[in-house]
Write a protein that binds this ligand. Structure first.
Ligand code: NG6
Ligand code: CA
Length: 506
């Protein structure tokens, strides 16, 4: 009798444990965060584009929440991704500007990060795509050995990345700690100061280029395209621009299939439509907008492929997908690729002023869509949210305690993300060249001495020597500076910005 009881209890305990485990598993959704590079608010048909159609992202949007007031913290990549990873505004820390391809890692390895939140909650974590947050401890690292610290030391179990941007050397894939397909007899050397090796540069040999530069991008030529920075060696390891996004897609799909049995977090960092825009052969000429439009069609297709993979792996129901961009759009970012000449009336910046690099809204107002079949009801939300909030929001979803001091700028937007509330942040700091603060639809841009127009890209940077104040409710295009009319408002917001900035030195 006693034995029977023990067997029964043991069986009960085990099956109960298995039950709760499976419930936990059911309750913990997979999360895929898809971040495009330099995609504007107005670049998708679900956000009003009419010169280009993005059916796969539109589908995601129709089945999820499309945010109309979502932001990256910053109008360029490195600071924006720094904030996403750390939950802190990047301007609190020096050295978070656009990094060269040989920069050291700028994400602290001893602090909480977004992927660590998932890891602590029992998730498998992976990054596939653009990194641009530095690698290793030093500027002059050895690309031919073990490269660390990097994504694997900041919370990712698996990483398959390129180090910086598609237009910066080294143009290689790094899987976990190693450059792939490297021939030891042909080591890689990289410098951002002087020419290394004998590879031709765009400056010396423009006749070798398959796409001409319009500004910069005249150093080492890789795959017929002049890059930023000098590189030699690693010939077998260099990607071609046409295949690189397809490789990322394959790796992302593989990560999903490999991890379908347990909860995972995948940061899929697409390179499109960042320069150099050199789409795969199957997408060249598919849009009426030149290579920039073709690259957008390519990224939309990749999103569709991810959705198909989720179905094939049988996990589409229990997966949250977020689709967004790291900063606003730019047409001519340094190559003559037809983005300007074939614009055809397309408006990548949507109804906003400015673009990438700018303190005006188009710098940080980005597409942001979240979907979770059966859990999140489709809607359009005008809640003001920011990518810096992902850390606090997912900490909350996964019941993880993150110390406030580690993530002081991240606010949980979980209710807004789940569609349970239309309330977002009360206050947001935006970073173009200058900082702005937004509160109650008033936007104050602090005075600074930068140029009003970036002539190379033809983008209005939002810089002015005197304060700017806009009423975003009535003037979304930031055309009427009301600073002189409402000096008290200017004073209030300037003081608020100062106060938030000072939080850093405490
Ligand atoms: C700029 C590059 C631009 C782009 C940008 C970074 C030149 C002339 N311009 O310096 O092409 O690479 O840096 O873009 O070199 S980001 O999206 O990664 O922030
Ligand atoms: Ca970018």
């Amino acid at each position: 009798m006693k034995k029977k009881f023990v067997v029964f209890t043991t069986l009960f305990v085990f099956s109960y444990a298995a039950f709760t485990q499976s419930v936990n598993r059911l309750q913990k959704p997979n999360v895929i965060y898809i971040c495009s590079d330099d995609l504007g608010y107005g670049d998708l048909s679900c956000y009003g584009a009419v010169k280009i159609t993005t059916p796969n992202i539109d589908k995601l949007s129709a089945n999820g929440i499309r945010f109309t007031n979502a932001h990256s913290t910053s109008a360029t990549c490195t600071p924006s991704r720094y904030a996403f990873m750390t939950g802190q505004y990047p301007w609190r820390r020096a050295g978070t500007h656009i990094l060269p391809g040989d920069a050291a890692l700028i994400i602290p390895t001893d602090k909480i990060t977004l992927p660590k939140v998932f890891k602590n909650a029992g998730y498998a974590t992976g990054i596939v795509g653009k990194w641009h947050l530095g690698l290793g401890e030093h500027l002059n690292k050895n690309w031919n050995g073990e490269i660390k610290p990097g994504p694997n030391e900041t919370g990712f179990d698996y990483s398959f990345i390129f180090p910086a941007t598609a237009d910066r050397v080294p143009t290689v894939f790094v899987e976990n700690h190693h450059v792939i397909a490297l021939d030891n007899a042909d080591p890689i050397e990289v410098s951002y100061e002087k020419k290394v090796g004998n590879d031709p540069t765009g400056k010396e040999h423009p006749e070798l280029l398959k796409m001409k530069s319009s500004h910069g991008h005249d150093q080492t030529i890789v795959n017929g395209i002049g890059r930023i920075g000098f590189m030699s060696g690693g010939k077998t390891a260099r990607w071609t621009d046409e295949e690189m996004p397809l490789t990322f897609l394959e790796k992302a799909k593989q990560f999903i299939e490999d991890n379908k049995q347990h909860p995972f977090f995948l940061y899929y960092a697409l390179t499109e439509p960042h320069v150099p825009r050199m789409p795969s052969t199957m997408f060249k000429g598919k849009s009426i907008l030149g290579f920039r439009g073709d690259a957008i069609l390519q990224l939309d297709w990749a999103v569709g492929e991810i959705l198909n993979q989720l179905k094939a792996s049988g996990i589409e129901k229990n997966t949250i997908i977020i689709f967004t961009s790291d900063n606003g759009p730019v047409l001519d970012d340094g190559y003559q690729d037809g983005a300007v000449t074939k614009l055809n009336g397309h408006t990548p910046w949507g109804p906003f002023r400015g673009g990438k690099y700018s303190a005006f809204e188009a710098g940080t107002r980005i597409p942001f869509i979240i979907s979770w079949p059966g859990k999140i009801k489709p809607k359009i939300s005008d809640a003001m949210i920011c990518q810096v909030d992902m850390l606090a929001s997912f900490s909350k979803l996964l019941h993880q305690n993150t110390p406030d001091s580690d993530v002081m700028d991240s606010e949980s937007m979980l209710d807004a993300l789940m569609g349970k509330s239309s309330k977002g942040r009360k206050i947001l700091i935006e970073q173009g060249g200058a900082l702005s603060v937004v509160k109650d639809n008033w936007k104050y841009i602090e005075p600074n001495n930068g140029p009003a127009l970036q002539t190379e890209t033809n983008i209005e940077l939002g810089n002015a020597a005197t304060p700017q104040l806009y009423d975003l409710l009535k003037d979304i295009g930031e055309k009427n500076n009301l600073a002189e009319k409402y000096p008290e408002k200017v004073k209030e917001l300037a003081a608020l910005l100062k106060h938030i900035k000072q939080k850093s030195s405490q």
